[in-house]
Design a protein around this ligand. Structure first.
Ligand code: CUA
Length: 156
């Protein structure tokens, strides 16, 4: 058997413990905060966003009580729709695509944060437990009006 020095053993053990701890934190935050990793669920022709369902009619769709889908087009320098409104406790799955350049889709209070790349549809879900007005911002620099690119989620 190989002799492992006591200090080395302590060092290796603490490394393994930390790794397990970080994995546990990741798993716990994913479950507790209800956020899912950003995923690019499908491709889309970025020059034909306005003609491609469901993005030809962006907006909120009710799937069931408390379950919604929201289809967004990001474009310099706005989000369509600008404002959506849902009852408190609703789970909203956002589908976002860009009609021009790279944008961001972030609702800072919630952990909703996706990159919006032309040619792809980004998807992220969140359950809005607390009533209030949530700010939606573009957090990828996209040009001279980037700081104006914003929207709202109203939770009632
Ligand atoms: Cu769109 Cu910054």
């Amino acid at each position: 058997m190989i002799h492992v020095h006591r200090y080395e053993r302590i060092w290796i053990t603490s490394g393994v413990v930390m790794l397990a701890f970080f994995i546990a934190v990741l798993a716990a935050s994913a479950i507790v905060d209800g956020f899912v990793p950003n995923s690019r669920v499908q491709t889309i022709d970025p020059t034909k966003v306005a003609q491609t369902p469901p993005f030809d009619k962006p907006g909120l769709r009710k799937v069931a009580d408390g379950v919604y889908e929201a289809y967004y087009v990001a474009q310099i320098f706005s989000f369509t729709p600008h404002t959506i409104s849902v009852p408190a406790g609703s789970r909203v799955t956002f589908y976002v695509t860009s009609a021009d350049v790279e944008h961001g889709f972030s609702i800072p209070e919630t952990g909703v944060n996706a990159m919006v790349t032309p040619g792809w549809v980004s998807s992220v879900s969140y359950t809005f437990q607390k009533a209030g007005t949530y700010l939606l911002v573009c957090n990828e620099y996209c040009g001279s009006g980037h700081q104006l690119m914003a929207g709202q989620v109203e939770v009632k």
